[in-house]
Design a protein around this ligand. Sequence first.
Ligand SMILES: *Cc1c(COP(=O)(O)O)cnc(C)c1O
Length: 479
Amino acid sequence: MLEKLIKEYSKKGKFNDYFGDLDIPEKKIESNIPENLLRKDFEFIEVSEIEVIRHFIRLSALNYHLDKGIYPLGSCTMKHNPKVNEEVSSYEGFLYLHPLQKEEDIQGALKLMYELSQFLKEISGMDYVSLQPPAGASGELTAMLVIKKYFIDKKEDRKIVLIPDSAHGTNPASVAMAGFIAQTIKSNSEGMIDLEDLKKNLNEKVACLMITNPNTLGIFERNIKGIAEELHKYGALLYLDGANLNAYCGIHKPGDAGVDIMHFNLHKTFSTPHGGGGPGAGPVGAKNFLVPYLPNPKIEKNGERYYFKYDKESIGKTASFYGNFNVFVKAYTYIRMHGIKGLKKMSQIAVLNASYLRKRLEELGFYCEYKTPTLHEFVLTLKDFKKVDVKALDIAKRLLDYHCHAPTVYFPLIVPEAFMIEPTETEPKEELERFVSAMKRIKEEIKENPEIVKNAPHNTPVRRLDEGKAGRELVVKWG
Ligand SMILES: *Cc1c(COP(=O)(O)O)cnc(C)c1O
């Protein structure tokens, strides 16, 4: 079922019904645009108000989204985004700022950015936080460039970056883009970094280890302090991918555990709608010895006045202007609304929800490859169903028929037929139970009639797409 384009509802004359006839003389608008550049074929779409409203409401309801139900994408923290964030970020004073305005004219905006960076410092235990990178992956790249410059200044030749085999794909990509060489570290049977393998690979050529904590299995690296000490013995640094900060706000500070530099995903931990490629923010926090290398400009405070500061050691800019300001406003609002106690509770409930869901699914016979307790997310392995030729992807598609967004599938790579579930703190128990019922029903279906699962989805506007082809050969319908 393909929806019509808004243009297809258009009919000449509909505007006249709406506005009535012109009762002043028609006048050609004077313009400086040369005649040959003016569009001649332009036609106004003429549709009525009710048609516009219905068209866009219908479109918004076609796709599954967070405002419809559970969206348990592991690692990506798709939580409820309080609508008050949207309201605050569209206050006129924020909305009509121009990035080329002078420092004196944007004191309020600078204050908000300064304070947000102070909050992130407090939450993470780092010494300074630059808000500039516009996404998590961009934060990773920024941090890698900082580390690179630091070692260049120390005249140390370090090309290797160690990455656990459970890492997010952006990690090795950022490493390569910064001109380092990624080297994989194995996970042990508990799903944590294999310390022996780490020690074997450590030497004076290693620039840093990129660690995600809790890692993408949802498992907290218990030995993070020991790992930091090992690295520091060799003069190497510890980088933290902070995408999973949702699991320990107000409970654990990476800075206290020996982390030298890290990134945050404001659009995951601190809300902001980001499905479908919406804007993000990937601030980078660092310990004092790395701070001069962070992007320019930095925002500082002198008495009551906020100002831009430029460090000569800095790697320069990693985003146009100052980053995605609108996302800062949303994160700021979210953090101020919660306070540090509220953020702690947020993390506790995120862990409680995930642990509850894991237990309920385990009762149904689903299980995790690694038995270690998990925090804000967990990864099932659905490899047993391969016996009847049902794959994780099929189950993910069947969930759509039950009005649940599918979890992340086939990631992390170390889990066969991975199903990575993160309910987040914002799902009520009833919604978790609805997800459990859907999984229960699908399990029964696999027994009774696996074809229904293998051919899913059946109730969605489009069935199975060739995702590779869709990505490479864009056919966009537009009006
Ligand atoms: C989401 C995520 C990233 C990348 O962040 P983006 O904002 O999507 O660029 C990196 N690492 C982990 C573990 C993530 O979950």
